[in-house]
Write a protein that binds this ligand. Structure first.
Ligand SMILES: Cc1cc2nc3c(=O)[nH]c(=O)nc-3n(C[C@H](O)[C@H](O)[C@H](O)COP(=O)(O)OP(=O)(O)OC[C@H]3O[C@@H](n4cnc5c(N)ncnc54)[C@H](O)[C@@H]3O)c2cc1C
Length: 374
């Protein structure tokens, strides 16, 4: 089935039923057999098979803001993290280029799910089998990884990117940094056994973990880098490149039809700094196939973009945000003197402009954002 159809029906079902219970029940991780207390839409959202702004409009079209405020705010967290990283690209580059010097024993045990900490070992199996973890489990997992197992947060964040279907440069890197105490300096997230017991619905009693560790510190300061105002939303070339992490087409259907060729690209592992698991690669491949079914002028590139970059002088590219895709295309553009015109969305640009400070500052601008996206 097309992933667009699957995503749409899952979205409708969630908005029509469970979303009103979100605030009350979202923090419970009832286990893999019961996932109806959150939307499970993240794998679609992170590939923009569902566009964040559309989802917000759909929810608000059906329910009053006050009744779904928490759910809408969580979607805005994702948007905020993307904008925050956009303004501080060095955070991404320092993370992705990090090489561990840690002694391999504990890392091996952790990745094999044989630490003896029952919940943690179960989450390792769960993430490998389902390529998903509940948000609260991600927080506990990251906290145990950093503060009990004393492993570098970067290695845990890389493991998540490798395994999660919704793996995302911004949400993942910055959430790990937030747990470590680097995102809000000195304020870390320390998992507590009583909290794990309660919100795992009693599945994990008496978890032995470090509940008194100090936050991680770093010497770097990541100041905001000037972000040029990006306004382009129109065609400049006859060819366009679309990466697998922005496959939304509803507002661009006519535009996409005008291109003589749409190249679709899911980077293979030899071109990634963080190689992805088979399941994640296969989800991304399917996402491209679903897009291709809609646009006969599109072609999936299975051998990368290098050959075409050598042939073309210029191309439009759907802006893929800070992450592996942007690193790849920027390197190729330098190597082959390829002139790139990025296609931006005005909603993304507006949101990014509010991401220079903390989320609470961003939140004040939500009414203005809602007016634009309506
Ligand atoms: C250490 C850690 C790593 C994470 N890595 C990722 C990641 O790589 N990709 C990713 O999409 N999310 C990540 N998250 C955020 C969150 O855990 C997932 O988005 C959420 O669990 C997805 O499940 P859902 O679709 O049922 O979410 P719901 O609770 O139904 O929320 C709806 C949507 O809002 C967004 N959202 C919800 N919570 C958050 C949040 N805390 N931060 C950012 N966006 C949020 C997601 O797009 C989600 O699909 C991470 C969180 C932590 C603590």
């Amino acid at each position: 089935m097309s992933l667009y159809i699957e995503a749409n029906s899952q979205q409708i079902k969630y908005i029509n039923s469970s979303v009103l219970q979100y605030t009350k029940s979202r923090n419970y991780d009832f286990g893999t057999d019961n996932r109806c207390n959150t939307s499970n839409l993240s794998k679609f959202i992170s590939h923009r098979i569902i566009l964040e702004y559309d989802l917000i409009n759909e929810v608000l079209g059906r329910h009053e803001y006050q009744r779904v405020e928490k759910f809408v705010q969580e979607i805005f967290w994702r948007i905020y993290w993307k904008g925050w990283l956009e303004l501080r690209p060095r955070v991404w580059h320092d993370f992705v280029n990090f090489e561990s010097t840690v002694n391999g024993d504990m890392l091996e045990k952790a990745l094999a799910g044989s630490t003896g900490i029952q919940c943690f070992d179960d989450w390792i199996s769960e993430i490998k089998q389902t390529n998903y973890l509940h948000n609260h489990a991600r927080m506990w997992f990251a906290s145990i990884w950093i503060f009990t197992l004393k492993l570098p947060w970067q290695m845990g964040a890389k493991f998540f990117i490798e395994q999660l279907l919704d793996g995302d440069a911004a949400s993942n890197t910055l959430s790990w940094r937030w747990v470590a105490g680097l995102q809000t300096k000195g304020k870390h997230y320390l998992a507590r056994a009583s909290n794990i017991y309660k919100f795992s619905n009693g599945r994990y009693p008496n978890t032995q973990i470090n509940e008194s560790a100090s936050p991680i510190e770093e010497s770097q300061n990541y100041d905001v880098q000037p972000n040029l105002l990006k306004t382009k939303e129109c065609q400049s070339n006859s060819h366009i490149l679309v990466f697998e992490n922005d496959l939304h087409f509803k507002t661009r259907k006519e535009l996409y039809q005008k291109y003589s060729k749409i190249y679709l690209l899911n980077l293979d592992n030899s071109k990634r700094k963080i190689p992805l698991s088979e399941n994640v690669m296969s989800f991304k491949d399917n996402a491209l196939i679903s897009f291709q079914e809609i646009f006969p002028n599109s072609e999936i590139l299975s051998c990368g973009f290098e050959r075409i970059a050598k042939e073309l002088k210029s191309i439009d590219v759907v802006y893929p945000f800070i992450g592996e895709n942007l690193d790849y295309i920027q390197n190729l553009s330098v190597k082959h003197h390829l002139d790139i015109s990025y296609l931006y969305r005005k909603e993304d640009n507006l949101c990014t402009s509010f991401c220079n400070k903390g989320f609470f500052n961003f939140k004040k601008n939500i009414p203005e954002i809602l007016k634009l996206i309506k």
